[in-house]
Design a protein around this ligand. Sequence first.
Ligand SMILES: [Fe+2]
Length: 373
Amino acid sequence: MMRHALDIQHYTSTQTFAQEQQKLFGSLWLFAGFTSMVAQRNQFFTRQLTGIPVLVQRTAAGIRAFINQCPHRKSAIQTAPEGVRPLVCPYHAWTFGAEGELRSTPNPALYQFSDVEKSELCLDKLQIQLVGQFIFVNFSNEPLPLSEQFSEDYLAQLETVSGHLDSQIVYSCHRVRYNWKLNMENVKDYNHVPFIHPKTFLPLLKSPPATPPVALPSVVEQLRTAQPPRLSALSYFGRGTLNRPASWFAKGCETYGEGAFYYSWYLYPNVNFCSVQGEHFLLQQYDPVAPGETDYHLWMMTAKRKDIAADFTALLSGLIRGERRVIAEDTQVLEKMQTGFGGRSARVTHGDYESMLVAQHLWYRANVLGEAL
Ligand SMILES: [Fe+2]
Protein backbone atom coordinates (compact mmCIF):
# COMPACT_ATOMS: atom_id res chain seq x y z
CA MET A 1 0.00 0.00 0.00
CA MET A 2 1.29 3.45 -0.86
CA ARG A 3 1.53 6.12 1.77
CA HIS A 4 -0.43 8.94 0.26
CA ALA A 5 -3.92 8.79 1.68
CA LEU A 6 -5.11 10.59 4.78
CA ASP A 7 -5.24 8.60 7.97
CA ILE A 8 -8.80 7.72 8.88
CA GLN A 9 -8.43 9.73 12.11
CA HIS A 10 -8.70 12.90 9.99
CA TYR A 11 -12.33 12.00 9.34
CA THR A 12 -13.11 11.71 13.05
CA SER A 13 -10.75 13.94 15.03
CA THR A 14 -11.86 17.22 16.56
CA GLN A 15 -8.30 18.51 16.28
CA THR A 16 -8.26 17.96 12.51
CA PHE A 17 -11.70 19.55 12.32
CA ALA A 18 -10.36 22.68 14.04
CA GLN A 19 -7.37 22.76 11.66
CA GLU A 20 -9.73 22.52 8.69
CA GLN A 21 -11.90 25.34 10.01
CA GLN A 22 -8.86 27.58 10.01
CA LYS A 23 -6.72 26.48 7.06
CA LEU A 24 -9.38 25.32 4.66
CA PHE A 25 -12.83 26.79 5.33
CA GLY A 26 -11.31 29.85 6.98
CA SER A 27 -9.14 30.68 3.97
CA LEU A 28 -10.72 29.33 0.78
CA TRP A 29 -13.60 30.86 -1.20
CA LEU A 30 -16.87 29.15 -0.29
CA PHE A 31 -20.05 29.00 -2.30
CA ALA A 32 -22.83 30.89 -0.47
CA GLY A 33 -25.78 31.10 -2.90
CA PHE A 34 -27.03 32.49 -6.20
CA THR A 35 -27.41 36.12 -7.24
CA SER A 36 -31.05 35.47 -8.18
CA MET A 37 -31.71 34.96 -4.45
CA VAL A 38 -30.84 38.63 -3.87
CA ALA A 39 -32.27 40.17 -7.04
CA GLN A 40 -33.97 43.21 -5.53
CA ARG A 41 -32.92 45.91 -3.09
CA ASN A 42 -32.89 44.66 0.54
CA GLN A 43 -33.53 41.09 -0.53
CA PHE A 44 -31.46 38.71 1.58
CA PHE A 45 -30.78 35.13 2.53
CA THR A 46 -29.17 33.79 5.68
CA ARG A 47 -27.43 30.51 6.32
CA GLN A 48 -24.84 28.70 8.37
CA LEU A 49 -21.57 28.33 6.52
CA THR A 50 -19.06 26.09 8.26
CA GLY A 51 -20.75 26.88 11.59
CA ILE A 52 -20.79 30.64 11.06
CA PRO A 53 -24.05 32.60 10.58
CA VAL A 54 -23.82 34.44 7.25
CA LEU A 55 -26.13 37.09 5.82
CA VAL A 56 -26.06 37.92 2.11
CA GLN A 57 -28.09 41.00 1.22
CA ARG A 58 -28.42 43.37 -1.71
CA THR A 59 -27.88 46.84 -0.24
CA ALA A 60 -27.74 50.20 -2.00
CA ALA A 61 -24.08 49.37 -2.70
CA GLY A 62 -24.74 45.97 -4.31
CA ILE A 63 -24.56 42.40 -3.06
CA ARG A 64 -22.85 42.32 0.32
CA ALA A 65 -22.08 39.54 2.80
CA PHE A 66 -21.88 40.00 6.57
CA ILE A 67 -21.63 37.86 9.65
CA ASN A 68 -25.30 37.77 10.63
CA GLN A 69 -24.71 39.35 14.03
CA CYS A 70 -25.31 42.77 15.50
CA PRO A 71 -22.18 44.34 17.03
CA HIS A 72 -24.32 45.27 20.07
CA ARG A 73 -25.33 41.99 21.74
CA LYS A 74 -24.85 39.59 18.81
CA SER A 75 -28.49 39.18 17.87
CA ALA A 76 -29.07 38.01 14.30
CA ILE A 77 -29.76 40.99 12.02
CA GLN A 78 -32.01 38.92 9.77
CA THR A 79 -33.80 36.06 11.52
CA ALA A 80 -35.62 34.57 8.50
CA PRO A 81 -33.88 32.25 6.03
CA GLU A 82 -34.84 34.65 3.23
CA GLY A 83 -36.84 37.83 2.72
CA VAL A 84 -36.80 41.51 1.86
CA ARG A 85 -36.00 43.77 4.81
CA PRO A 86 -33.49 46.53 5.57
CA LEU A 87 -30.45 45.99 7.79
CA VAL A 88 -32.12 46.55 11.16
CA CYS A 89 -31.37 44.52 14.25
CA PRO A 90 -34.68 43.20 15.61
CA TYR A 91 -33.40 43.27 19.21
CA HIS A 92 -32.81 47.02 19.83
CA ALA A 93 -33.46 48.41 16.32
CA TRP A 94 -29.92 49.46 15.50
CA THR A 95 -29.83 50.21 11.78
CA PHE A 96 -26.96 49.74 9.34
CA GLY A 97 -26.01 51.28 6.01
CA ALA A 98 -25.05 49.83 2.64
CA GLU A 99 -21.58 48.73 3.76
CA GLY A 100 -22.69 47.62 7.22
CA GLU A 101 -21.79 50.90 8.94
CA LEU A 102 -23.89 51.91 11.97
CA ARG A 103 -26.55 54.46 10.99
CA SER A 104 -28.64 54.94 14.06
CA THR A 105 -29.33 53.66 17.55
CA PRO A 106 -32.76 54.53 18.92
CA ASN A 107 -32.55 56.05 22.41
CA PRO A 108 -28.89 57.13 21.97
CA ALA A 109 -28.87 58.68 25.44
CA LEU A 110 -28.97 55.19 26.90
CA TYR A 111 -25.67 54.22 25.29
CA GLN A 112 -23.51 57.36 25.54
CA PHE A 113 -21.21 56.18 22.73
CA SER A 114 -18.52 58.58 21.59
CA ASP A 115 -18.21 59.28 17.84
CA VAL A 116 -15.09 57.11 17.72
CA GLU A 117 -16.89 54.24 19.45
CA LYS A 118 -19.83 54.60 17.06
CA SER A 119 -17.59 54.51 13.98
CA GLU A 120 -16.18 51.20 15.15
CA LEU A 121 -19.60 49.62 15.58
CA CYS A 122 -20.34 48.08 12.22
CA LEU A 123 -21.39 44.76 10.81
CA ASP A 124 -18.56 42.30 10.23
CA LYS A 125 -18.30 42.40 6.43
CA LEU A 126 -17.04 39.41 4.46
CA GLN A 127 -15.08 39.38 1.23
CA ILE A 128 -17.32 38.48 -1.66
CA GLN A 129 -16.79 37.48 -5.31
CA LEU A 130 -19.38 36.91 -7.99
CA VAL A 131 -18.83 34.46 -10.84
CA GLY A 132 -21.87 34.87 -13.04
CA GLN A 133 -24.72 33.87 -10.73
CA PHE A 134 -22.48 32.13 -8.18
CA ILE A 135 -21.78 34.02 -4.97
CA PHE A 136 -18.57 33.11 -3.16
CA VAL A 137 -17.55 34.46 0.24
CA ASN A 138 -14.31 34.28 2.14
CA PHE A 139 -13.85 34.47 5.92
CA SER A 140 -10.26 35.68 5.62
CA ASN A 141 -9.59 39.43 5.60
CA GLU A 142 -6.80 38.91 3.06
CA PRO A 143 -8.11 36.09 0.90
CA LEU A 144 -6.22 34.37 -1.85
CA PRO A 145 -7.15 35.50 -5.38
CA LEU A 146 -10.15 33.54 -6.65
CA SER A 147 -8.08 32.65 -9.74
CA GLU A 148 -5.68 30.76 -7.48
CA GLN A 149 -8.51 28.53 -6.29
CA PHE A 150 -10.16 28.10 -9.72
CA SER A 151 -8.31 28.51 -13.02
CA GLU A 152 -9.31 31.41 -15.32
CA ASP A 153 -10.68 28.94 -17.89
CA TYR A 154 -12.74 27.22 -15.24
CA LEU A 155 -14.15 30.50 -13.94
CA ALA A 156 -15.08 31.48 -17.51
CA GLN A 157 -16.85 28.15 -17.94
CA LEU A 158 -18.78 28.61 -14.68
CA GLU A 159 -19.80 32.09 -15.72
CA THR A 160 -21.10 30.83 -19.06
CA VAL A 161 -23.11 27.97 -17.58
CA SER A 162 -24.50 30.16 -14.80
CA GLY A 163 -26.06 32.33 -17.50
CA HIS A 164 -28.41 29.40 -18.13
CA LEU A 165 -29.71 29.05 -14.56
CA ASP A 166 -33.32 29.91 -13.89
CA SER A 167 -34.32 32.11 -10.97
CA GLN A 168 -36.99 29.72 -9.69
CA ILE A 169 -35.00 27.60 -7.26
CA VAL A 170 -35.95 24.68 -5.05
CA TYR A 171 -33.76 24.11 -2.01
CA SER A 172 -33.37 21.57 0.76
CA CYS A 173 -30.91 20.99 3.59
CA HIS A 174 -30.60 17.85 5.64
CA ARG A 175 -28.00 16.66 8.12
CA VAL A 176 -26.01 13.51 7.45
CA ARG A 177 -23.80 11.62 9.88
CA TYR A 178 -20.46 11.46 8.13
CA ASN A 179 -17.46 13.66 7.47
CA TRP A 180 -17.88 16.15 4.60
CA LYS A 181 -14.73 14.83 2.87
CA LEU A 182 -16.40 11.47 2.27
CA ASN A 183 -19.01 13.19 0.13
CA MET A 184 -16.53 15.12 -2.00
CA GLU A 185 -14.64 11.86 -2.55
CA ASN A 186 -17.87 10.05 -3.36
CA VAL A 187 -18.94 12.42 -6.13
CA LYS A 188 -15.49 12.34 -7.73
CA ASP A 189 -15.70 8.52 -7.72
CA TYR A 190 -17.85 7.67 -10.75
CA ASN A 191 -17.13 3.96 -10.37
CA HIS A 192 -19.62 3.72 -7.47
CA VAL A 193 -22.60 4.54 -9.69
CA PRO A 194 -23.28 1.03 -11.09
CA PHE A 195 -23.20 -0.48 -7.59
CA ILE A 196 -24.91 2.13 -5.41
CA HIS A 197 -27.38 3.49 -7.96
CA PRO A 198 -28.26 0.53 -10.24
CA LYS A 199 -31.93 1.52 -10.49
CA THR A 200 -31.84 5.31 -10.13
CA PHE A 201 -28.79 6.94 -11.74
CA LEU A 202 -27.25 4.09 -13.75
CA PRO A 203 -30.15 3.70 -16.24
CA LEU A 204 -29.62 7.33 -17.29
CA LEU A 205 -26.06 6.62 -18.41
CA LYS A 206 -25.33 5.30 -21.86
CA SER A 207 -22.68 2.91 -20.56
CA PRO A 208 -21.26 2.39 -17.10
CA PRO A 209 -17.98 4.28 -16.80
CA ALA A 210 -15.07 1.96 -17.55
CA THR A 211 -12.32 4.43 -18.39
CA PRO A 212 -11.67 7.87 -16.89
CA PRO A 213 -13.58 10.65 -18.71
CA VAL A 214 -10.56 12.93 -18.56
CA ALA A 215 -6.85 12.22 -18.80
CA LEU A 216 -5.75 11.83 -15.21
CA PRO A 217 -2.29 11.84 -13.76
CA SER A 218 -1.64 8.34 -12.51
CA VAL A 219 -1.32 7.70 -8.80
CA VAL A 220 2.21 6.42 -9.26
CA GLU A 221 3.18 9.53 -11.21
CA GLN A 222 1.76 11.82 -8.53
CA LEU A 223 3.62 9.99 -5.82
CA ARG A 224 6.87 9.83 -7.78
CA THR A 225 7.02 13.59 -8.11
CA ALA A 226 5.91 13.90 -4.45
CA GLN A 227 4.55 17.35 -5.19
CA PRO A 228 1.15 18.35 -3.89
CA PRO A 229 -1.03 19.51 -6.79
CA ARG A 230 -1.93 23.13 -7.36
CA LEU A 231 -5.15 24.09 -5.55
CA SER A 232 -6.88 24.87 -8.87
CA ALA A 233 -6.28 21.29 -10.07
CA LEU A 234 -8.74 20.03 -7.42
CA SER A 235 -11.64 21.72 -9.24
CA TYR A 236 -12.39 20.29 -12.65
CA PHE A 237 -15.07 19.47 -15.15
CA GLY A 238 -16.29 16.11 -16.40
CA ARG A 239 -19.13 14.82 -18.52
CA GLY A 240 -20.69 11.49 -19.36
CA THR A 241 -23.05 10.43 -22.15
CA LEU A 242 -26.70 9.98 -21.26
CA ASN A 243 -29.22 7.56 -22.57
CA ARG A 244 -32.45 9.56 -22.49
CA PRO A 245 -34.62 11.77 -24.69
CA ALA A 246 -35.01 15.48 -24.07
CA SER A 247 -37.46 16.33 -21.26
CA TRP A 248 -40.84 17.88 -22.00
CA PHE A 249 -39.84 21.20 -20.46
CA ALA A 250 -36.55 21.54 -22.38
CA LYS A 251 -38.06 23.37 -25.33
CA GLY A 252 -39.39 26.02 -22.97
CA CYS A 253 -35.92 26.70 -21.60
CA GLU A 254 -32.60 28.12 -22.73
CA THR A 255 -30.71 24.86 -22.25
CA TYR A 256 -26.96 24.59 -21.81
CA GLY A 257 -24.63 22.65 -24.10
CA GLU A 258 -25.51 20.30 -26.91
CA GLY A 259 -26.54 16.70 -26.79
CA ALA A 260 -27.29 14.15 -24.12
CA PHE A 261 -24.60 14.72 -21.52
CA TYR A 262 -24.40 14.69 -17.77
CA TYR A 263 -22.17 17.59 -16.77
CA SER A 264 -20.28 17.87 -13.47
CA TRP A 265 -18.24 20.73 -12.12
CA TYR A 266 -16.36 19.90 -8.93
CA LEU A 267 -15.59 22.99 -6.89
CA TYR A 268 -13.06 22.34 -4.17
CA PRO A 269 -13.51 22.16 -1.23
CA ASN A 270 -17.13 21.13 -0.93
CA VAL A 271 -19.36 21.72 -3.95
CA ASN A 272 -20.60 19.50 -6.76
CA PHE A 273 -22.51 21.36 -9.45
CA CYS A 274 -24.14 19.20 -12.13
CA SER A 275 -26.54 19.34 -15.00
CA VAL A 276 -28.66 16.72 -16.68
CA GLN A 277 -28.51 17.50 -20.39
CA GLY A 278 -28.30 21.23 -19.71
CA GLU A 279 -32.03 21.03 -18.92
CA HIS A 280 -31.85 21.20 -15.19
CA PHE A 281 -29.09 21.90 -12.70
CA LEU A 282 -28.27 20.86 -9.17
CA LEU A 283 -25.75 22.23 -6.75
CA GLN A 284 -24.78 20.16 -3.74
CA GLN A 285 -22.71 21.56 -0.89
CA TYR A 286 -21.30 19.51 1.98
CA ASP A 287 -21.01 21.95 4.86
CA PRO A 288 -19.09 20.65 7.90
CA VAL A 289 -20.91 20.73 11.25
CA ALA A 290 -18.71 18.38 13.29
CA PRO A 291 -16.11 15.72 12.39
CA GLY A 292 -18.88 13.18 11.84
CA GLU A 293 -21.71 15.53 10.80
CA THR A 294 -22.39 17.43 7.62
CA ASP A 295 -25.20 19.66 6.39
CA TYR A 296 -26.14 18.52 2.91
CA HIS A 297 -27.37 21.59 1.00
CA LEU A 298 -29.09 21.07 -2.31
CA TRP A 299 -30.31 23.71 -4.78
CA MET A 300 -32.04 22.80 -8.03
CA MET A 301 -33.35 24.81 -10.94
CA THR A 302 -34.19 24.29 -14.59
CA ALA A 303 -32.45 26.06 -17.44
CA LYS A 304 -33.73 29.61 -17.81
CA ARG A 305 -37.44 29.72 -18.70
CA LYS A 306 -38.22 31.43 -21.98
CA ASP A 307 -41.60 32.40 -20.58
CA ILE A 308 -41.14 33.97 -17.16
CA ALA A 309 -44.82 33.32 -16.42
CA ALA A 310 -44.31 29.53 -16.62
CA ASP A 311 -44.52 28.07 -13.13
CA PHE A 312 -42.18 25.10 -12.54
CA THR A 313 -43.04 24.57 -8.85
CA ALA A 314 -44.46 21.07 -9.40
CA LEU A 315 -41.69 20.11 -11.84
CA LEU A 316 -39.00 21.26 -9.41
CA SER A 317 -40.51 19.39 -6.48
CA GLY A 318 -40.50 16.22 -8.59
CA LEU A 319 -36.88 16.80 -9.62
CA ILE A 320 -35.69 17.35 -6.06
CA ARG A 321 -37.55 14.27 -4.83
CA GLY A 322 -35.75 12.18 -7.48
CA GLU A 323 -32.39 13.68 -6.53
CA ARG A 324 -32.99 13.07 -2.82
CA ARG A 325 -33.65 9.38 -3.60
CA VAL A 326 -30.23 9.09 -5.27
CA ILE A 327 -28.57 10.93 -2.38
CA ALA A 328 -30.24 8.59 0.14
CA GLU A 329 -28.55 5.64 -1.57
CA ASP A 330 -25.15 7.27 -1.03
CA THR A 331 -26.00 8.33 2.53
CA GLN A 332 -26.71 4.77 3.60
CA VAL A 333 -23.22 3.65 2.58
CA LEU A 334 -21.35 6.75 3.78
CA GLU A 335 -23.01 6.82 7.23
CA LYS A 336 -22.18 3.16 7.73
CA MET A 337 -18.56 3.85 6.68
CA GLN A 338 -18.22 6.67 9.19
CA THR A 339 -19.63 4.49 11.98
CA GLY A 340 -16.90 1.93 11.33
CA PHE A 341 -13.99 4.38 11.50
CA GLY A 342 -11.82 3.60 14.51
CA GLY A 343 -8.68 2.00 15.81
CA ARG A 344 -8.67 -0.84 13.31
CA SER A 345 -9.07 1.42 10.26
CA ALA A 346 -5.79 1.71 8.39
CA ARG A 347 -5.36 3.99 5.41
CA VAL A 348 -7.59 3.61 2.39
CA THR A 349 -6.29 2.27 -0.92
CA HIS A 350 -6.58 4.16 -4.21
CA GLY A 351 -6.33 2.81 -7.75
CA ASP A 352 -5.47 4.82 -10.84
CA TYR A 353 -9.03 5.89 -11.62
CA GLU A 354 -9.08 7.55 -8.18
CA SER A 355 -6.10 9.78 -8.90
CA MET A 356 -8.19 12.93 -8.38
CA LEU A 357 -8.91 11.67 -4.86
CA VAL A 358 -5.19 11.15 -4.39
CA ALA A 359 -4.61 14.72 -5.55
CA GLN A 360 -7.08 15.94 -2.90
CA HIS A 361 -5.36 13.94 -0.17
CA LEU A 362 -1.91 15.18 -1.16
CA TRP A 363 -3.03 18.80 -1.24
CA TYR A 364 -4.80 18.43 2.11
CA ARG A 365 -1.80 16.79 3.75
CA ALA A 366 0.51 19.57 2.62
CA ASN A 367 -1.80 22.54 3.15
CA VAL A 368 -4.18 21.66 5.96
CA LEU A 369 -2.07 19.28 8.04
CA GLY A 370 1.20 21.03 7.13
CA GLU A 371 2.98 17.74 6.44
CA ALA A 372 6.15 17.61 4.39
CA LEU A 373 5.36 15.15 1.60
FE1 LIG B 1 -23.71 8.34 -5.60
